[in-house]
Design a protein around this ligand. Structure first.
Ligand SMILES: [Zn+2]
Length: 91
């Protein structure tokens, strides 16, 4: 992932998931839970630092299906029809 500010690559220096103990990076884990625990228990949160401008950012990843389902009660659905059976596998 590239920096949102300058576009240079970022490096991950901390990575936690839903099963990580609270005692390790508690603020990061709490932020991730606040952001996505209402819609999924499967997530990975990462702290990244830009190799260009040194800014730090936090990102989170979760299963796409969980994200789509999580937005539906809010009336937010994509206008794009997805073919969930097509073969997009990474080679
Ligand atoms: Zn940057």
């Amino acid at each position: 992932m590239n920096c949102f500010h300058c576009g240079k690559p970022t490096k991950v220096f901390n990575s936690r998931n839903a099963d990580s103990p609270d005692s390790v990076a508690p603020r990061l884990i709490r932020r991730a839970r606040e952001a996505v625990s209402w819609q999924t228990s499967e997530w990975v949160v990462r702290q990244r630092k830009c190799v260009g401008c040194s800014r730090e950012t936090e990102t989170i990843e979760l299963p796409i299906d969980d994200l789509i389902e999580g937005w539906k009660p809010l009336g937010i659905e994509s206008e794009v029809e997805f073919d969930t059976h097509s073969d997009d596998s990474i080679e």
